[in-house]
Design a protein around this ligand. Sequence first.
Ligand SMILES: [Fe+2]
Length: 308
Amino acid sequence: MSLQITPLHNVGAEISGFDINEPMTDALKNELKSLWYEHGVLLFRDQDITPEKQIEFSRIFGTLELHPLKAETSEAYPELFVLENGGDKDKFFTARYRGEEIVGRLDWHIDLHYTGRPNHGALLRAVVVPSDDGLTGFGDLAKAYDALDEKTQALLEKIEVAYVFCMQRRHMRYVDLEGYEPGPHSPRKPADMNYPDFPDAVYPAVVRHPVTKRPVLGIVEQFLDRIITPQQAGLSNDEAIELLHRLVEHTRKPEFHYFHQWREGDMILWDNWRLMHCATGTHPGVKRVINRTTIKGDAQLGRVLIKE
Ligand SMILES: [Fe+2]
């Protein structure tokens, strides 16, 4: 196989000339791995994928992980997690955004951020997708870091930020709550969804990517709560809050984003140590099925804050 690489809009690359069902040499596997680190997001189109193939392909990039929170992993394939809109569970994930009911919308986030040990990456494969709904967004936090002025970059070296896991979106300090209303079945506390109560997780404001060593901006709106000891960086509490608002706004700039409109047969792999992602959600009743495999996070990027 000889791969052709076409950059996607702003972030990531589409890889063509690839067939998941063809035998793969070690050289090809290494090429795929370095493309993943180089571009952060890889899109493969028109792939005829069985769950077995998806699992086998994902293993090229690391050890696979079972999602620790989900009871819905496929019984036959425990490495496979099925993301589904348009089924019985919709009511728990339905809320109003500016007057419109949306199912499964997710703010920009990093998977397992709240544990201090995010997954290394994940692979999504479109099984059933609507033609104009349910987009997945990817935001490159390495590019976002590079685009900061030097003064801010230097200041961030002195700062750590805390993330607080919670179920209620309106308790999150830095997400956009304008026009948001939770649905009648929106979970209120972690136990409502059989989630444990996670302690706060703390990250440096600049995370070094464990493999590429590239600096990655450690600011992501979901669960973002505060700067730990802002005084050590010469900031008052008000200045600390202002700085986080400014950084979150920075990560929202479209120049760091790629939004993927799914087609059946699409497969996307991303580096969760470098990119945040989000879901625009679907309109009620719209069917969407995505199969997901997850590459284990074998490095500690943050730490858990133990309360005295
Ligand atoms: Fe996610």
